[in-house]
Each structure stands twice: as structure tokens, then as C-alpha cells.
Design a protein. Structure first.
Length: 560
């Protein structure tokens, strides 16, 4: 046994189906992929052998069409995600919220198919009161005992309907991590404790003291943690958190889609009293230029061909190209097509919908299955919820103040933007919370202050709109479960009351509903409604043109 030991930890997270160096949605090569990570890991294994630990932080079962095909179309075969994890020799993985979103049938099957341990100490089985997944994994390398404790962001109920996580409850991360850190130290005699979190650095939802992104808070308040590998918020970031006066903890997140990995090096020395940690160094590694592992690709040739055949199936045609970016600046064919299908499917009075991608396009001509992943990004269901006119008004106020600045002169910005270090403009807030509405006519006065921008004029069919009337409102399940807090902080509906407001839940996911609509009509020609606008137009038209050029400097195609 060596007195000095060096261990390498490679960490991926939020892979979202990016297994192969090919984008099945846009039919092009992609820079990120586990095929490239596999090459990098194999190189390190030649040097480190069993002293290399490979970990994943969750959200692997949703994203690319590969996932959708395995989860819902060809369900009998072993999930490709599990076969990838097994082939690469992962040691442990934390479950992610988008993994839970696939439903029990998918993720329970996936857990049985993987050879590595699936972790989440703070997900509690409501019957046994024990962890639904494994709470931690112990690894021993040349006598050094390493505990890997998994944690899932506990605010699942704010995004997902209870049937997707039935039989579970979720504990706060700092409190749960403290309990399990003590356990692995006292019972398992762990020398090193690693937190493998599907939770970001900080911020997000905070409800009754339960936080969405708790990595920094946990590092600062829980003794005994040596390293936190985090994810969920897709932030490419590495910080060193000081704990007390002496200890420093690396907290690292390699973002998403397997463009980057985190690499940590543990150095320890053997003493007569046991192992003494010398230090841990972490860094983010860009693997976009790695060559894909040919053995890996060869192993999955048949799977890639199956998915390619599936996504290339023609389902209809579209008259003109439609663009998500148009939806930020007024009524647009892209968003209004989704509004129309939501209204028709649910029979609702009003529809709410936000752009789910910054700059996606469905090109004129043939529509294929692959296009549906640009048209609708997530496997959300469709909901209809009872809301008062006042609640709808308040929700729209919150939506637009996250999206639109307050103009004091005609030369001001209309969009609420920031500038990054490269001089590029981007939204200050998350665009998938920029809800517009169909079924009502309204104006958004950008000269008004926060909370006073939206004026609802009437129902689009000519009926009067009343803040006292109860309406049936269509929206996706993310929003309908409280996601983005537009129903709670915006509309003012208590979170505990939301479930009782739901009148309709679609059996199929929203992408499937849109696909079936297109297939049944064969040919579609989406049109922008004229039910809302930014005012005063003598200011907003020029401001929109200026800000559009800043946000989309290469925009030459859209004609909104």
C-alpha cells in the first residue's frame, strides 16, 4: 500500500440525452456528448485505473429525441441511457428532476437497468420512511473510504404533478446532508465525503424554508463535507467556499449537454492514525474537441439508426417558417399556434404560453418528428385551471415585468436585458417564464411601472372581461404545478390550493398533442393573432427594432 494516494473524480451532469455527437433535432453534428467524455475517461483510466471515479449528477432521461424514443416509443428494450452509463462504467448517479418527470414507469425501469447506484438521500419513500433511492455509495480505494451522498432539488412539487412522484416526499438538502454526513462518518468510517447534488449553487424557489439551489448554503452550514459536485441550474461555474476559519470546499458545476466535465483530484497521505486529506483540486474541462470514442459509437450504431429513422418521419407540411424569437416582441405564429392547440384541446377560455427556446425555427415545407422537439421542448402535459380574472391579470403583470423594461423616453430599451462579458445582450430573467395570453385582448404599456403595465380590454370573442369572473385557463403542466411562480407570486394563488384548481390534465404530453394535431390536419399555416400589443406604438416600434437587433444580431429571416 502506498503512503501517498491520488484519486481522480470525473463528473458529468444534466446530460439531457447528449450521448452521441449528433443532434437528432437539427440534423447536425454536436460538440458535446458522452461519446467524447468516454474518450477522455478512457485516457485517464490508463493512468489511474481503479483510482478513477466516474459520477453523474442527473437529468439524463430527457432532452434529445433519443430519450423520448426509449422512454415512450420503444419501451421494451433496455433504455439507451442505462446502456451508456453501464458501458462507460459510471460508479454512481444522482436522480434529477427531469428524470422524475419521465414518470415512475420510466425511471423505476431505468434504475433497475443501470449497474451503478442511483442516489438521492433526501427523496423519502412515504411508506417505509426510508430513502426511495439509495442515499449514498461507499467506495474504498487502497484503504481510503469515500462516501458519495446524493441529493435531489426538493422543490419537485412546484413543477411536476404528484402522480409522477407518487409515494415520495422531499427533504431539504442542508438538513438531510448533515444527517447523512454524520452517518457515513460515524457508521461507515468515511475518510472523504462527497456531495453529488442535483441542485445548483443558490437562488431559485424557496418555499417554507425548502430551497431549490442549496449547494453554497450546504457547504457553509454542514460540517464534514469535502467536495460538492452540483448541477441542475446549468451554470458553468466553480467556486471555493470557506467553511469556518480553516476548511475550503470546492463546489463545481460543468453545466449541461456534456460539453464540459468537472475533474477533481484528491490527494491523501497515510499516517499511523489513518488517512489524512492533503487537498482537493477541481477544475472544469472542455471536452468539445475530444474525438468521439469509436468503440462507443460502434456499440450504439443500431440505436442511432433507429432514432434517426424515427425523427425523420414526415408528419405534415407548414406554409411558412415560424420562429420563437418573434414571440418576444408581440403576437407571433410560433406561440399562437401553440395557444390555438391548447384552446382547442381543452375548451378553455384563455391560454397561457411562453417561448421555450431562445431561437428555434420550424422551416417552411415538410414537418418531421424532429421538428416537434423545436416546436415544444419538454414532455409537459397540458392543464386547464380555474382562475379569476384578477388572478389572470396579476399573472400577466408578473410575466411582463420580468420581460419588459420601463421606458422613460423613446430612446430607452424596451426589453429587460443585461450584457455579458463578451458584450452580448441577453435576457435578465428566464424566457420560459415570459407568458403571453390568447383568448383575451390586452395592451402592455411599457411606460408604466412594475405591476401596472397590463390592461385587459375584453375577451377576444367580444365578450366583456371581468376580474370577478372565473375562467378556464390552459397552460402547460410546469406552469400549472406552480413552475416559475407565476401562479403563486404572480396570480397570488396559495401553492397548496393549486391542485384543487386543476380541471383537466392531458393523458399525452404536449409535444404528442401538437404532433397529432399536425398529422390530422396534414397542412398548417399558423398566423399571429392581433390580441395584444406593446404601447405607446410611437415608442415601442422603434425600440423593438433596436432591441431585436441587439438580442438577435444575425437575424435576417424573421419578418415580424
Amino acid at each position: 500500500m502506498n503512503n501517498h494516494l491520488e484519486i481522480k473524480i470525473i463528473h458529468t451532469t444534466d446530460v439531457h440525452g447528449s450521448f452521441f455527437p449528433y443532434d437528432f433535432i437539427n440534423s447536425c453534428k454536436r460538440k458535446g456528448s458522452l461519446a467524447r467524455v468516454s474518450t477522455y475517461v478512457k485516457q485517464l483510466r490508463k493512468e489511474y485505473g481503479k483510482r478513477l471515479i466516474l459520477l453523474d449528477g442527473g437529468d439524463i432521461l430527457q432532452g434529445q429525441p433519443t430519450c423520448y424514443y426509449c422512454n415512450y416509443i420503444n419501451t421494451k428494450k433496455t433504455n439507451v441511457a442505462a446502456r451508456v452509463i453501464n458501458m462507460m462504467g459510471y460508479d454512481a448517479q444522482t436522480i434529477g428532476n427531469h428524470d422524475i418527470e419521465t414518470g415512475h414507469e420510466v425511471y423505476d425501469k431505468y434504475c433497475l437497468e443501470t449497474n451503478c447506484d442511483i442516489l438521492a438521500a433526501n427523496v423519502i419513500d412515504t411508506k417505509s420512511l426510508k430513502s426511495y433511492f439509495k442515499p449514498y455509495k461507499m467506495m474504498e480505494i487502497e484503504g481510503l473510504r469515500i462516501a458519495i451522498i446524493g441529493m435531489l432539488t426538493p422543490t419537485i412539487s412546484h413543477w411536476l404533478h404528484e402522480h409522477l412522484w407518487s409515494g415520495m416526499k422531499f427533504e431539504g438538502i442542508p438538513e438531510c446532508m448533515d444527517k447523512w454526513t454524520r452517518h457515513v462518518k460515524e457508521i461507515e468510517h468515511a475518510d472523504i465525503v462527497i456531495g453529488l447534488f442535483h441542485s445548483g449553487f443558490e437562488g431559485g424557489i424557496n418555499d417554507n424554508g425548502i430551497g431549490e439551489n442549496e449547494s453554497i448554503k450546504t457547504a457553509a452550514n454542514v460540517a464534514g463535507i469535502d467536495l460538492i459536485l452540483c448541477g441542475h441550474d446549468h451554470r458553468l461555474k466553480h467556486v471555493v467556499q470557506t467553511f469556518g476559519n480553516t476548511k475550503k470546499i470546492n463546489i463545481i458545476n460543468p453545466s449541461s449537454n456534456a460539453n464540459y466535465i468537472s475533474e477533481s483530484t484528491i490527494k491523501a497521505n497515510k499516517t499511523k492514525n489513518g488517512w489524512l486529506l492533503e487537498n482537493i483540486e477541481s477544475e472544469i474541462v472542455n471536452i468539445e474537441e475530444e474525438q468521439p470514442d469509436e468503440e462507443f459509437l460502434s456499440h450504439f450504431t443500431e440505436d442511432m439508426e433507429e432514432v434517426r429513422k424515427y425523427v425523420n418521419r414526415k408528419i405534415g407540411t407548414i406554409e411558412e417558417s415560424i420562429f420563437t424569437k418573434d414571440s418576444f416582441f408581440g403576437p407571433a405564429p410560433f406561440s399562437d399556434f401553440i395557444h390555438d392547440v391548447q384552446l382547442k384541446t381543452t375548451g378553455a377560455d384563455i391560454s397561457l404560453n411562453a417561448p421555450l427556446q431562445f431561437d428555434a425555427c420550424i422551416k417552411k415545407g415538410e414537418i418531421r418528428v424532429s421538428d416537434m422537439f423545436n416546436l415544444y421542448t419538454y414532455e409537459n402535459q397540458l392543464y386547464a385551471i380555474r382562475m379569476s380574472g384578477k388572478e389572470i391579470h396579476n399573472l400577466l403583470e408578473m410575466s411582463y415585468y420580468q420581460w419588459v423594461d420601463t421606458m422613460k423616453s423613446k430612446d430607452d430599451h424596451i426589453m429587460l436585458m443585461d450584457i455579458d462579458n463578451n458584450g452580448k445582450h441577453h435576457w435578465r430573467n428566464l424566457a420560459f417564464n415570459f407568458d403571453s395570453a390568447a383568448g383575451i385582448d390586452y395592451e402592455v404599456d411599457v411606460t408604466k411601472e412594475k405591476g401596472h403595465k397590463v390592461k385587459i380590454l375584453k375577451m377576444s370573442d367580444g365578450r366583456p372581461f371581468s376580474e370577478e369572473t372565473t375562467y378556464k385557463v390552459a397552460m402547460n403542466s410546469y406552469r400549472g404545478n406552480g413552475g416559475g411562480e407565476l401562479l403563486t407570486k404572480g396570480a397570488g394563488i396559495p401553492f397548496e390550493e393549486i391542485a384543487s384548481r386543476i380541471e383537466y390534465i392531458s393523458e399525452k404530453d404536449q409535444r404528442r398533442l401538437l404532433m397529432e394535431y399536425i398529422e390530422s390536419h396534414h397542412h398548417i399555416n399558423p398566423q399571429a393573432h392581433t390580441n395584444w400589443k406593446f404601447i405607446p406604438t410611437e415608442w415601442t416600434e422603434q425600440a423593438i427594432s433596436r432591441d431585436r437587433d441587439l438580442l438577435f444580431p444575425n437575424d435576417k429571416e424573421s419578418t415580424n
